[in-house]
Design a protein around this ligand. Sequence first.
Ligand SMILES: [Fe+2]
Length: 356
Amino acid sequence: MNDILKKKLRQLNTLVELSSLINSTLDTMEIKERAICAATHLLSAEAGSLILVDQDTEELFFEVAFGERGEELKEIRLKKGEGIAGWVLETGEPLIIDNVQTDHRFSKSADEKSTFVTRNMVCVPLKTKDRVIGVLQVINKKEDSFDEEDRDALVALANHVAISIDNASLYQELKEAFYCTAMALAEAIEKRDPYTGGHTKRVMDYSITIGKAMGLSKRELEYLELAAILHDVGKIGVKDDILLKEGKLTPEELAEMVRHTKYGAEILNHFRHLKDVAVGVKGHHERFDGTGYPDKLCGEEIPLIARIIAVADSFDAMTTDRPYRKAIDSKRAFEELTTHMGTQFDKKVVETFIGI
Ligand SMILES: [Fe+2]
C-alpha cells in the first residue's frame, strides 16, 4: 500500500473514532471542545479554534480555542467578512493556506493577542442543513504543510460537528420549552393562592444551592430543579375552599390536602423520563422519622431530592407571611430547622443549608 493510501486510511479511522466521540454527547459546549481536540489531533497540528457567528451583530467570535493561550483569543471579535474565517464563512468554501502571514485576508489580531505565530492553516465551514454557522480552523501542521487530504478530512469532520451542534441545540430548545411549561404550570397554581407568590422560584433557588453544595451530579440537579418547580403541582386537584381556607383544616379537609403529593406524582408519571422527578414531588412532605406523608417513608428511603425540597419548602414557608401567621426571620427559621433535624428533616441537608 502506498504512503498516500496509508495516510488516508489512518485519517479515516481516526475520523470515524472522533466523530462518534463528538456524537456521544448532547452538551453543546462539550461537542465544541471535543471538535477542536479532534480536529488538531486528526491533522497533527499545533492549535485549532472554532469560530461562530453572533446572530445579532453578525460578528465572528472565538467560541473555543485549543493550544497555547487559547483563552485570550476568546476576547477577539471579527467583523462580518473579516479575516480568513470571515472569507470562508461568506463563501462557504474550505481553504488551505501555506503562508498565512502573506495572505491578504489574514487578520493579525489573533496572533497579536495570543503572541502565537500562525504559519499555515486549514479553515473549513460548519454547514448545517440551511446555513453556515461558523468555521473550524486548524493551525500549524507539526511537520510540513497541510495538503488536500487534510482539507478533505477536516471538511468531513466539520460536517459531523455541524450536525452534532444542530442536534444538541434542538435538544436544548426542547428542554427549555419543557422547563418553561413547568414554570408556567407552577405559576398557574401559585396564582390561585396570592400568598404564595414567588414561592416556587425561591424553593427552586434554595434547593439548587443545597444540591450543588451536596455534590449532586448534573442530571440529579436537573431532576431536583424540575421537582422543586413542580413540587406542589398536585394542588391543581385540591378544591379552592380547602386550599385557600384561612382557619384550621378539618380531618377530612386535611386528608384531601395531603393528597396533593400523590396527585403531583400522578401528573408527572405521564412523562416516562421524569420518574425521578415524580418521586421527588411525591416525597416532599415525608418526614425523616417516618411520620410524614403519603408513604411514611423513613430516613434515606426518602429520595434525596425530596429531602432537599422539604427543607427549602419549609424554610420559605416560615420566612414569608401567610394568612394565618406572620413570617419569622431567617435566623429563627434556621433554629427551627435545626430543632427538627433527624425528626422532620435530614440532618445533612439542614447542616448544608445552614453552612451555605
Ligand atoms: Fe407541598
